[in-house]
Design a protein. Structure first.
Length: 817
């Protein structure tokens, strides 16, 4: 073993840097018969939905069910932070809308048909109320924000307090108004107490193309629809709503356009007129003074029709029972989280919050739109907001497979059904639209992962295999939104040329390095499925193609990086040779600085754009490590285990790696393949809690539909999944003990630490037993989760020989196929 011993103490980070279906009514809640666990603490005390709601996290912190369609929260007007609706800053609140995505970058998503309550209108004239986003925007009272699973609340400086909860397709708001004569923030004059609630035909990105709205003058019901653009894809989508009110007699109703409103007519239709943003328009209902100062607003949603939206609301919340609906949502969340139990002895509240909040965020998306897909008729589940699979395949789906295999089964069936009707698996999908592909065809990895981990209930694996083979063989006309591009070159040359000539399909001709390594791993996943399904010839074919990463490797390529540890930045030779490089059709190599697109050099230049370079959201330094199918060959290629360990350590300590992008997850644990599992544990603690904590700024980068949350959960559980393989890399949990109950077998898998200390000095495995028998491998298979048992890890302060022998290393295609 190389004579490098890492020890973790307080203050170890600087030292390291110097070294190298729910129904709620007023009579109760139907939630099923599943056992809700009795923790020795209330798990909700450690779930903080507000983590990541500032500093680019873009987390949705509002009310939702696990994987639910309805997602209600207050929306802000900060264009840089409103992707998830709300942000924990001082930006103004423009409304309360009912559908959102979580953790996404780029343009905001959804946020359709926001409602906005006002205590009354100046001069008691409706036309004097505030109807546009700009005019009605109100400051929030920050210390009134309350966020829990299934619930969100906030007060505005208009003294209006709004609470919200949800069912599957319906948002429910309880709005408490101030007493009569309270002043308005907008004009600071006493208002008549005659509450008005508007519904705006808009969305967060102001993408509405057309829309219509109608209000019933007798009961105040407002129904409508709109056509909108997706936030990261092609096409349009139609959404419908149905808003009902309870708590006070109707005084008047009408519609508005811009900041003008009237009681007649009762309907309105908006068509495109070239304005950007679109003309504000919607409807309103005004009430007599509520007896208890409260109004309830129920908003049903549907992608099918307004009739379906009303049906959803009436079925799921027939009696406007807010407290019952909130309780029902909480119980569902307790069931989902209840498959995990941890012994928290000695563990800080902050780390417990990081763990449980990360687990919670990993269950926000994808979203279950079953029964709400107007694109085709099917009895299969339909999930949406795969936003994007490039972000989620590495950790979100493996975690869902562990904790909620029923939902992962439905998602797998949904992906296969999308292929059945669209002709391709998605890499990204939102709002019923095809989203942009960021790298490879990584739904192949999700399907292979599900196949290898016993996800079988109702899954048509014959069609599933057909789908991944289609990705591997058939180039679509538009590979910017599905499948793979450059397949002719891929098959003939064994790589994607940087100057590729591709007359068979269209897409952005960038990312040749990252696409090559991702296509190679995609093919490996196809090979695994082929092998399991008895297609031996296919298995060998795709296994051979999984070696194509080698064709982009330039052995003599050097790398100079910026040293930022001193007071003066300087460029130094990294001391390492051999990196992936762009390659031309004629076989010669081009050049991309290996550190380009790292935090050290032009970090933001490798996004999905025409001049986005040859790697995507990361450097060639990082992508050179992306060979999860054959780490044994990669280690040999890079100079052997000792050099590999030095090089991988350098990636982490030099500033080249940004843990806020998902490609950085696996490199934390790749020391296992070189016989140094202790270093994987070390670098896990390097990032948690330095980059992940319990504050509103507590995640690195966009949460990406819960990817960052799933990273913290899996890291802290101590078994890191290699997605697309039946492999979990073993590191000590951050708890004395972790227990997971299988949703498929009901059996409990336990990971227990001996000599655990909450100061995390003892983080190196000295020995291990599985069900009482010595266990020396530094990895384990999914059978452990299915069959249950006890994996006991004896810990110490220094690295040991455990898990270091060749026979104890994780499998590679060149050694274990």
């Amino acid at each position: 073993m190389e004579a490098i011993i890492y020890r973790i103490k307080r203050g170890w980070l600087p030292a390291l840097a110097l070294s190298t279906c729910v129904v709620a009514g007023n009579k109760g809640v139907v939630i099923g018969t599943e056992r809700v666990p009795n923790w020795p603490f209330d798990v909700f005390d450690y779930v903080d939905p507000l983590i990541g709601t500032i500093n680019g996290g873009h987390v949705f912190p509002g009310a939702t069910l696990p994987f639910g369609m309805a997602k209600a929260v207050a929306d802000v007007n900060n264009p840089d932070e409103k992707q998830g609706g709300f942000a924990s800053d001082n930006s103004d609140i423009t409304g309360f809308s009912h559908m959102h995505d979580s953790g996404t970058g780029g343009s905001p998503s959804l946020g359709n048909f926001p409602i906005f309550p006002q205590t009354g209108c100046p001069g008691d004239i409706v036309d004097n109320c505030f109807f546009t986003k700009t005019d009605r925007a109100s400051r929030r009272i920050n210390d009134t924000v309350e966020a829990h699973p299934g619930y969100f609340a906030i007060s505005l400086n208009t003294s209006v307090h709004t609470e919200m909860t949800v069912t599957n397709h319906t948002a429910l708001y309880r709005i408490t108004f101030p007493s009569n004569s309270t002043k308005s923030a907008q004009n600071q004059t006493a208002l008549p107490y005659s509450p008005l609630i508007l519904v705006d035909l808009t969305d967060l990105p102001d993408s509405r193309i057309n829309g219509s709205v109608e209000v019933d003058g007798d009961n105040g019901r407002i129904v409508g629809n709109g056509t909108f653009n997706p936030s990261f894809g092609l096409g349009t989508y139609d959404l419908h709503f149905c808003a009902d009110f309870s708590g006070a007699p109707i005084r008047d109703t009408g519609v508005f356009m811009n900041n003008r409103a009237g009681s007649e007519p009762k309907n309105l239709r908006i068509t495109p007129n070239g304005n950007s943003p679109p003309i504000p328009a919607g409807a309103w209902t005004q009430f007599e003074a509520p007896a208890n100062n409260q109004l309830l607003v129920r908003v049903g949603l549907s992608f099918i029709s307004t009739e379906q939206a009303c049906h959803n609301a009436e079925t799921e919340l027939p009696n406007f029972g807010f407290d019952d609906a909130r309780k029902a949502a909480e119980e569902v969340w307790r069931q989902k989280l209840g498959v995990i139990n941890v012994d928290t002895t000695g563990v800080s509240d902050m780390l417990q919050t990081v763990f449980w909040s990360g687990t919670y965020r990993a269950m926000i998306s994808p979203q279950d739109y079953t029964g709400e897909n107007p694109l085709w008729e099917s009895d299969e589940p339909y999930y949406d907001s795969y936003y994007c699979i490039w972000d989620s395949f590495r950790s979100i789906h493996p975690l869902i497979t562990l904790l909620d295999p029923e939902s992962q089964t439905k998602m797998t069936r949904s992906l296969i059904d999308i292929y059945r009707h669209e002709g391709k698996l998605p890499d990204c999908r939102m709002s019923l639209c095809k989203g942009f592909t960021q790298g490879g065809s990584n739904a192949d990895v999700v399907l292979a992962d599900s196949y290898l981990k016993n996800i079988t209930d109702g899954v048509d694996w014959v069609t599933g295999y057909e789908a991944v083979v289609s990705d591997a063989e058939d180039e679509p006309l538009d590979w910017s939104v599905e499948g793979r591009g450059g397949l002719t070159s891929w098959k003939n040359l064994g790589y994607i040329p940087t100057d590729d000539f591709d007359p068979y399909g269209g897409g952005p001709f960038t990312r040749s390095i990252s696409r090559t390594v991702e296509y190679a791993y995609n093919d490996f996943c196809v090979a695994e499925m082929a092998k399991g399904l008895g297609h031996a010839g296919d298995a060998e074919k795709y296994l051979e193609r999984s070696d194509n990463w080698k064709n982009m490797y330039k052995a003599e390529q050097t790398s100079f990086v910026t040293n930022t540890t001193g007071h003066i930045n300087e460029t130094l030779d990294s001391g390492f040779t051999g990196f992936l490089q762009p390659r031309y059709l004629n076989g010669t190599f081009g050049f991309q600085d290996p550190s380009l697109c790292s935090p050290l050099y032009n970090f933001t230049s490798c996004y999905l754009k025409p001049d986005g370079h040859e790697t995507y959201e990361g450097s060639a330094w990082m992508y050179t490590f992306y060979v999860p199918q054959d780490m044994a060959t990669l280690i040999t290629t890079l100079g052997g285990p000792s050099t590999f360990v030095k090089r991988l350590s350098y990636l982490h300590t030099s500033g080249l790696l940004y843990i806020g992008d998902e490609q950085a997850f696996l490199p934390v644990f790749q020391f296992h393949y070189a016989g140094r599992p202790g270093l994987s544990a070390y670098f896990s603690h390097f990032y948690i809690p330095s980059q992940f904590n319990g504050t509103v700024e507590g995640i690195a980068g966009n949460d990406d539909s819960g990817a960052m949350g799933s990273f913290t959960t899996l890291s802290m559980m101590g078994l890191w999944p290699v997605p697309g393989q039946d492999v979990y890399l073993i590191t000590p949990p951050y708890f004395l003990e972790v227990n997971v109950t299988s949703g498929q077998t009901g059996k409990v898998a336990t990971i227990r630490n001996v000599n655990f200390d909450a100061e995390y000095e003892n983080i190196y495995i000295q020995s291990a037993t599985l069900n009482g028998e010595s266990y020396t491998k530094n990895w384990i298979t999914h059978d452990f989760w299915l069959e249950g048992g006890v994996l006991e890890l004896t810990l110490g302060r220094n690295e040991s020989n455990w898990g270091t022998k060749d026979e104890d290393l994780p499998p590679s295609s060149s050694t274990s196929w």
